[in-house]
Design a protein around this ligand. Structure first.
Ligand code: HEM
Length: 374
């Protein structure tokens, strides 16, 4: 599963497609921001945390099941919000309790996703039949989303049997589970980036300069943005790395020893759990000079994309996050269009780290459009 996902998310076809879709989601969101309230009396704050969530949800739903803006997306958004409320709740499943409502919402999502999977299954089978009757070999079309990836794998591996190997409900469950890691982490990273940039005017000015150069280049050439345009801006990538280092959105992971093991002289008996703390690595003076200072320039020597044992926001080893490149791309696209469309003033806000990384007030900002940007 991990290899299937990673392979799809890293493919240039997927990146080209998701770049177009993310850019359009970001531009739509930015265009909907109001500068003043409806009475035109007061500046209207924009809550970066909420806005980032809207964008990231659209991107993850596109990635998983190719649903664009509209009723289905709104339905999934509402149900998903209800579903995740049950993650921190008393384990009482009675009508009216938070857990009960959460499981009901999950059930409604499964129904919708299952019907998408069934339709998709029919079209893949039709395509396969057409191919076998014309005796072509190999898979023809490229998967367009994760449902396609999982379904094709399931159908191919059960080609000799009457039923797919993975029941369709398991695919629906997998799709919902995959909404969880992608839905929270990216918007939190983007919100933190805006917070850190608001507190560091010189860094913001450098970021703006780099992104304006790209914007002007694109305007002059008339070419569409390509995914490589966004990820090849070195300073922007440094800002993203520095945000991930300081943000520690996934601050640790648990591992259970499956057998007795000794690591660097420490004996860990079979069955014991170990907490690998990423924040301890990222905030250690031995690894980073002035670790509490937001300083994207520190990445100029080492390169921003290095996932090393001193920089593990996406974990490492076999369970390295398959959404790594998608996340960096999504944050880069969002930052590019934000800084080249608006300047802003952020209100005071604090980062809280427990139980999740959050901005206490959702990071309200007051925006001003840049000349000629809208
Ligand atoms: C800034 C954004 C993100 C961060 C910081 C992040 C971080 C992580 C980390 C640390 C892990 C490893 C967990 C472990 O070792 O137990 C992980 C796993 C995972 N992530 Fe992400 N993630 C991000 C975005 C995404 C996105 C956008 C997706 C979906 C496309 C995603 C999908 C997954 C999945 C499916 C796993 C489980 C991999 C496995 O266990 O084999 N992540 N992520």
């Amino acid at each position: 599963m991990h290899a299937l996902l990673g392979g799809f998310l890293r493919s240039p076809q997927f990146k080209a497609q998701i770049t177009r879709e993310t850019r359009s989601a970001v531009q739509r969101a930015l265009a909907s921001w109001r500068i003043t309230d409806l009475d035109q009396q007061q500046p209207q704050p924009v809550y970066v945390q909420d806005e980032s969530k809207k964008i990231a949800f659209e991107v993850i739903v596109r990635t998983l099941m190719s649903i664009g803006p509209g009723e289905d997306l709104n339905f999934l958004r509402r149900e998903f919000e209800e579903y995740i409320k049950g993650f921190i709740s008393l384990p009482i499943k009675l009508p009216g309790t938070r857990l009960y409502k959460s499981l009901k919402a999950k059930g409604r999502m499964i129904k919708v996703i299952r019907s998408i999977i069934e339709q998709r299954k029919i079209s893949i089978e039709k395509e396969n039949n057409k191919r076998s009757s014309s005796s072509e070999e190999g898979s023809t079309s490229i998967p367009k989303d994760i449902i396609d990836v999982l379904l094709r794998d399931t159908l191919e591996s059960s080609a000799d049997e009457t039923q797919p190997r993975l029941p369709l409900d398991s695919i629906s469950e997998n799709i919902i589970e995959m909404m969880i890691p992608g839905e929270e982490t990216v918007p939190t990273s983007l919100t933190l980036a805006v917070k850190f940039l608001s507190d560091s005017p010189l860094i913001l000015a450098r970021l703006l300069e780099e992104n304006m150069e790209l914007k002007k280049r694109k305007e002059q050439s008339g070419d569409e943005y390509d995914w490589t345009d966004y990820v090849s801006l070195p300073f922007t990538q440094n800002v993203i790395s520095e945000t991930l280092r300081m943000g520690n959105i996934v601050n640790a992971v648990w591992r259970e020893a499956v057998k007795d093991v000794t690591i660097k002289g420490h004996f860990i008996p079979k069955g014991w759990c170990v907490l690998a703390s990423f924040s301890s690595i990222h905030m250690d003076e031995a690894n980073y000079e002035n670790p509490y200072e937001f300083n994207p320039h520190r990445w100029e020597k080492s390169g921003a994309n290095v996932n090393s044992n001193k920089f593990t926001p996406f974990g490492g080893g076999q369970r390295l996050c398959p959404g790594l490149e998608l996340s960096r791309l999504e944050i880069a696209i969002s930052l590019h269009h934000l800084v080249t469309t608006y300047s802003w003033v952020a209100e005071d806000d604090d980062i809280t780290y427990f139980p999740f990384v959050r901005l206490r007030r959702k990071l309200p900002i007051t925006i001003t459009p840049l000349v000629g940007a809208i």
